[in-house]
Design a protein around this ligand. Structure first.
Ligand code: 8YV
Length: 326
């Protein structure tokens, strides 16, 4: 008998076709996200869950006694309660490696938007505010030839570094748990302490994963060290930054601007951030291109099908040592 799975997000037809060749499935078909209660109700007899962002915790696992695999359509997996999943022998997989370029592209979109104030300029024109040919109040900052500091030099960091080095002739600094000698050799990236990076960089990009240790990793102390002309970008997870400290820093001119794709509360509705001109925001769209989301869904589907047949692919690193799934 083919394993039964639940798909909690809309996926492309070709991915659904692939799944239909391997599994019995039920899917959530609405653009409106599934409620927690409805999700829990769907899980009683399933062995696999294809999802992204849903909290996989004790509560969910109790509602899913047959569950063997949760396949995330994302590289981040801070939605996994690793301890609870391991205790119940539920495997977690994710989609690393394919999405780095898309996130790096958006990162540069945010950098340029913040430095040249592109959304603000666009709004000015729409509101009939373009009164003279060349207005000093529209001047922004250069990006090319400046110093790019990357906090968290993983696969996405390397793509950001490459764009900075080759596209914008930037000097690359990085801070990471481990040194990345390849990046040092190929891109001339320089490893440095967090403090040095914060003090020297013109553009600071935060790319660390959210874990117990990285909550509010960048807070008041860190913002205080940045240049008043610095641009701060967060494309990792909102909780890695103390948002109140960021709002205060932006409002008081402690840094020049910020570009944010991620927030403490998502969707972001009311926040001090929305009242500031020197912040550019996107609604967590780092990987959100038509092609990338389709590729991620397909990879996540393959991860799930393989796991259900006893093979392993893209298992999250904390579960690498697990010998077998249930
Ligand atoms: C989205 C992401 O969270 O891959 C990640 O870690 O942040 C994004 O791709 C997600 O896939 C939205 O459904």
């Amino acid at each position: 008998m083919r394993p039964k799975i639940f798909i909690s997000k809309i996926i492309p037809v070709e991915v659904e076709k692939y799944i239909s060749q391997h599994c019995e499935y039920e899917k959530w078909e609405s653009e409106v996200p599934i409620s927690r209660d409805s999700l829990l109700n769907k899980l009683e007899s399933v062995e696999g869950l294809l999802t992204s962002g849903e909290k996989i915790n004790e509560e969910l696992l109790l509602s899913a006694p047959r569950l063997k695999i949760v396949s995330n359509m994302s590289v981040g997996y801070n939605n996994f309660d690793i301890v609870a999943m391991k205790e119940r022998g539920v495997l977690g997989t994710h989609t690393p490696g394919i999405l780095d370029g898309s996130v790096a592209d958006l990162t540069f979109g945010l950098i340029l938007s913040a430095a040249r104030r592109i959304p603000e300029m666009d709004q000015q024109i729409r509101e009939g505010g373009w009164k003279q040919g060349d207005d000093r109040k529209n001047f922004g900052l250069d990006v090319h030839g400046t110093k790019l500091g990357i906090i968290g030099m993983g696969r996405i960091g390397r793509e950001v570094a490459r764009r900075g080095k080759y596209g914008f002739n930037m000097d690359v600094l990085y801070h990471n748990r481990n040194r990345d000698t390849e990046c040092e050799q190929t891109l001339g990236a320089r490893f440095c302490s967090l403090n040095e990076l914060l003090q020297e960089s013109d553009v600071i990009v935060l790319l660390i994963p959210l874990t117990g240790e990285t909550v509010n990793f960048i807070g008041e102390n860190e913002f205080k060290q940045m240049k008043s002309t610095a641009i701060f970008i967060n494309v990792s997870r909102g909780q890695t930054v103390d948002e109140d400290a960021l709002i205060h820093t932006l409002a008081s001119g402690g840094i020049y601007a910020a570009g944010l794709d991620v927030f403490h509360e998502e969707p972001l509705t009311s926040s001090g951030l929305t009242k500031l001109k020197n912040v550019v925001m996107t609604p967590h769209i780092g990987t959100a291109t038509l092609k990338m989301r389709s590729d991620m869904a397909m990879l996540a589907a393959q991860n799930l099908v393989l796991a259900l047949s006893g093979e392993k692919q893209n298992v999250v690193k904390e579960m690498h040592s697990e010998s077998a799934i249930k």
